[in-house]
Ligand binder design. Structure first.
Ligand code: A5P
Length: 235
């Protein structure tokens, strides 16, 4: 059994090489991204001048507590590099994200990012996306309708709940349906179908967005590059 925590740390540390002085950095969300934020904070303490745009309130608070200058999209709507985690990564670098519930802000920040660097432990690499339940962020009002549409696409959709049984609420005040597809043979087509549903704010399929994936594997960090992807063509 690989030491996943060590692999996450390794991937995050490796990804710091993509950051340069003076840049605006997108700060990801989740456990692996938190290692990157710690690493960026160390560099800032060493004199690196960067500004961070967080992808969640949690990452904003964490980054600010470590002394990273935090700004918003109002201050700068173009991001040089974003470092973020993922829940599943296919061989052609398509992603499922949103396990932590930050998918909407992540997708907005990453669609405005020139270079998206995804960091992950080796368990996140899959042959076909879909084993991890696909998070779909919905307006609460629309949830019963969206749920029926998603079920017609072949997935059981469960409302994400907190430990107290109340619905999980995203940073923008929406609900999340975790959609159990099992396998997603055509992520691009599914992404289009989900985006077309009124009431869906965002879904966790990140298609053609990652430029580089860094996977921690044992004691190595393996870099995989998406040659075909145009910088900033996330939309
Ligand atoms: C947050 O909403 C997600 O997109 C995370 O990036 C993803 O869930 C990976 O998180 P971990 O690094 O904690 O596995």
């Amino acid at each position: 059994m690989p030491d996943l925590e060590a692999e996450r740390r390794l991937a995050a540390r490796h990804a710091l090489r993509f950051i340069n002085d003076g840049q605006v950095i997108g700060l990801g969300s989740g456990r692996t991204a938190a290692y990157a934020i710690r690493g960026i904070a160390e560099l800032v303490r060493g004199g690196l001048k960067v500004r961070g745009i967080p992808t969640s309130n949690q990452s904003r608070d964490f980054a600010a507590s470590l002394g990273i200058p935090v700004i918003t999209l109002d201050d700068c709507a173009e991001i040089d590099v974003t470092i973020d985690g993922a829940d599943e990564i296919s061989p052609d670098l398509q992603l499922i994200k949103g396990g932590g519930g930050a998918l909407l802000h992540e997708k907005v920040v990453e669609s405005a990012t020139r270079q998206l660097v995804i960091i992950a432990d080796s368990n996140k690499q899959v042959q076909t996306l879909g084993k991890f339940p696909l998070p779909v962020e919905v307006v609460a009002f629309a949830e019963p309708v969206v749920r029926r549409w998603i079920e017609r696409l072949g997935a059981a959709a469960t409302l994400r709940q907190k430990t107290d049984g109340k619905p999980f609420i995203t940073d923008e005040g929406h609900h999340i349906l975790d959609c159990h597809f099992g396998t997603i043979p055509d992520p691009r087509a599914l992404a289009r179908q989900l985006s077309a549903m009124p009431g869906v704010m965002e879904h966790g399929l990140f298609i053609d967005m990652a430029n580089v994936v860094v996977v921690g594997k044992g004691s190595e960090a393996i870099e995989i590059t998406h040659h075909a992807k145009q910088m900033g063509s996330g939309l």
